[in-house]
Design a protein around this ligand. Structure first.
Ligand SMILES: [Zn+2]
Length: 193
């Protein structure tokens, strides 16, 4: 079972699906969010480490999230689905310095194993039609909560299969686009100067 040195080793980069500028209110909310994103991408999210300073939430608190395939491979496990393979995936969650919430930082977004129903290296795209996509985008821009967006879509089309995970994912992509365009603008500003 030597995976190291095996040239066919599967690597799946999920950095962008977990990348967010959003400050999240509490560590519990972060966990819920990370599990939603994980579910949508077939990744089991676990708490690797939870540090609490003196039992009171403060500056030195942090939460490390990992993949359920992290840790040593254990040959005694019977189910292949749950086999650990030392997956290095790691997310760090810590309070923002201004105290307004918790920041999510992807330390290592690459998994060393395949994810079910996914094209390797290409995180699964939500099956949203252009119309639904636009609606999600508009409502997200108006700061409508994901669960309300889902209800809205169900109102318009009772057969809607869009769930909160799709909405979260869409939102992350929007944030990423926004960040990219901001970077572009900054680059332009530097050039103009
Ligand atoms: Zn993994």
């Amino acid at each position: 079972m030597a995976y190291l040195g095996d040239t066919s080793q599967i690597l799946v980069d999920t950095t962008y699906v977990f990348t967010t500028d959003q400050k999240i209110a509490t560590p519990d909310d972060v966990l819920t969010w990370a599990r939603d994103v994980g579910d949508a991408n077939k990744i089991g999210i676990i708490i690797t480490r939870s540090d609490k300073e003196n039992g009171i939430r403060g500056r030195n608190d942090k939460l490390i999230l990992g993949c359920d395939k992290g840790g040593k491979y254990d040959s005694s496990e019977s189910s292949t689905a749950s086999k650990k393979c030392n997956c290095p995936f790691k997310i760090r969650v810590a309070p923002s310095t201004d105290g307004s919430g918790w920041n999510v930082q992807v330390i290592h977004g690459v998994h060393n194993h395949g994810l079910p129903d996914q094209y390797h290296g290409h995180p699964r795209k939500a099956h949203l039609t252009a119309d639904v996509n636009k609606r999600v985008e508009d409502l997200t821009k108006s700061h409508v909560a994901p669960r309300h967006i889902v209800l809205d879509l169900k109102d318009q089309n009772p057969e809607s299969v869009v769930d909160a995970k799709h909405v979260y994912r869409k939102r992350h992509m929007m944030q990423k686009e926004e960040r990219d365009s901001r970077t572009e603008l900054q680059t332009l500003a530097v050039v103009v100067r």
